[in-house]
Design a protein around this ligand. Structure first.
Ligand code: EPZ
Length: 421
């Protein structure tokens, strides 16, 4: 199994190009199940999760092929199979996004319930109730959700759950509604930029959608969708991760191909910490003052502070000059990085869904273990600044959501080796 060997202490300097957004690419790839003809997606990052989605699409009668220029060409050739199998779904929760397109286009879907996840309980009841609201019948048989509908009929659907809206639930139901008969209104829809990107892609394929990116999305069903060429938005979570990499190493990074407007809550918090963030034409320049101020952070649905950057900013706040508080309001158990950071000399104390972070003078390299995608990113950031060497095991977690992260970091002065046991 691969692991990273990180020698800390280098200040990062240079330019990093941000890749396309994983969480936009995955639902958009699922949406191609609904279109006739070829779709060409530009800017799809080469990640484990993207390759996994390609594998699932292939099993569902969809051809996928990478062009030499990196474009991803997708064409539906056979609509017989409607079963997203547990063996594949359990490896990637985003597979649940296959549900809406399969039901809308093939009038039935059999999708394995994703099961447990390292960051906590992740039900999909809002997805299923949304499909039922569109007229589908659902039944749970041996861990698979079976959905079928002769016809989907537009409806008003409320998508708010106990922790705010559901991102992939909004994606799933917006996709299903594009081929339903009549008007669907999604209330309390997720406003993430990845939802906006999915809506824009569907419109480019001929869908009639308005309000994507706001809490109310209106979809007027159409009879068919046609493939198109579409460019995925840059990854705001990768952008935020590299902003923090510049700050934690007291370096200076220029981040290209990014949308700072997708990170206003993150920029707000980082500026309060003392990070200097200047906008440029297609990116930002990030550097940090020597002294980091402690802050309070609470994760929220977009446009609030994203839960996917909670572990990363927690790593930065380990070195602030004072005590910080970070509250996780989306996934209250999303703290698997805490024990590992404490192994590196951090002083973090967890109290239910909040961690108190007492700033320390330095972190010290140690063998640590990745447990989920964003926790592993936080441990890489800690290793960049820790005194001595950090060994990070199970780095397949990080390869799920970051394209060649060690190559990008080494190109701006980091010292990370990818080794195999
Ligand atoms: C998406 O997951 C992202 N994944 C996650 O990114 C991200 O952390 C999450 O949204 C929140 O922003 C993709 O887009 C592929 P949710 P999703 O449904 O859609 C509860 C990463 O690191 N909920 O918005 O699965 C749920 O338990 C990943 O890239 C219900 O209660 O998340 C959670 O507390 C990790 N009932 C909250 O809503 C439901 O039916 C938000 O979940 C569905 C969700």
């Amino acid at each position: 199994m691969d692991y990273f060997q990180i020698n800390g202490g280098n200040r990062l300097k240079g330019t990093v190009t941000i890749s396309g957004a994983k969480n936009a690419a995955l639902p958009i790839m699922a949406a191609t199940l609904m279109v006739d003809g070829e779709t060409v997606l530009q800017g799809v990052p080469d990640l484990i999760d993207v390759r996994h989605m390609c594998k699932m699409l292939n099993k569902l009668g969809v051809q996928t092929r990478r062009d030499d220029d990196g474009g991803l060409r997708i064409t539906v050739t056979d609509e017989m199979n409607c079963h997203a199998e547990y063996e594949l779904v359990r490896q990637m929760r985003a597979s649940v996004c296959l549900m809406g397109p399969l039901l809308a286009k093939r009038k039935k879907a059999q999708v394995a319930l994703p099961g447990g996840c390292a960051i906590g309980d992740r039900p999909i009841s809002l997805h299923i109730s949304g499909m039922e609201a569109l007229g589908a019948d659902s039944e749970l048989i041996s861990g698979d959700i079976h959905l079928k509908a002769k016809k989907l009929i537009g409806s008003e659907i409320f998508l708010g759950g106990p922790f705010g809206s559901t991102v992939t639930g909004t994606a799933n139901i917006m996709m299903a509604a594009t081929l339903a008969q009549g008007r669907t209104i999604l209330e309390s829809a997720a406003c993430e930029p990845e939802i906006t990107d999915l809506g824009d892609f569907l419109i480019a394929c001929g869908a009639q959608i308005s309000g994507q990116g706001t809490p109310r999305i209106t979809i007027d069903g159409v009879s068919s969708l046609r493939g198109c060429e579409y460019a995925i938005i840059p990854d705001r979570i990768e952008t935020g991760t590299f902003m923090i990499a510049a700050a934690i190493t007291n370096g200076e990074l220029t981040l290209q191909n990014c949308r700072p407007q997708h990170l206003l809550a993150v920029i707000d918090r980082l500026r309060r910490v003392g990070v200097i963030i200047e906008r440029q034409d297609d990116g930002v320049v990030v550097s940090s003052a020597r002294r980091l101020e402690p802050v309070e952070v609470s994760t929220q649905p977009y446009p609030g502070f994203p839960t996917d950057l909670q572990a990363q900013i927690s790593a930065l706040l380990c070195l602030a000059d004072g005590n910080s508080m970070v509250t996780e309001k989306i996934f209250p158990d999303r703290f698997l990085h805490v024990a590992e950071l404490n192994r590196m000399g951090a002083r973090i104390r967890k109290e239910s869904a909040t961690v108190m972070i007492e700033g320390v003078k330095r972190l010290v390299g140690a063998p640590v273990m990745a447990s989920d995608l964003r926790a592993s990113a936080a441990l890489v950031l800690a290793g960049l600044v820790a005194k001595g060497q950090t060994q990070l095991d199970r780095i397949y977690h990080i390869d799920r959501g970051y394209e060649q992260i060690e190559k990008k970091l080494n190109a701006v002065g980091a010292d990370i080796a990818r080794l195999s046991e």
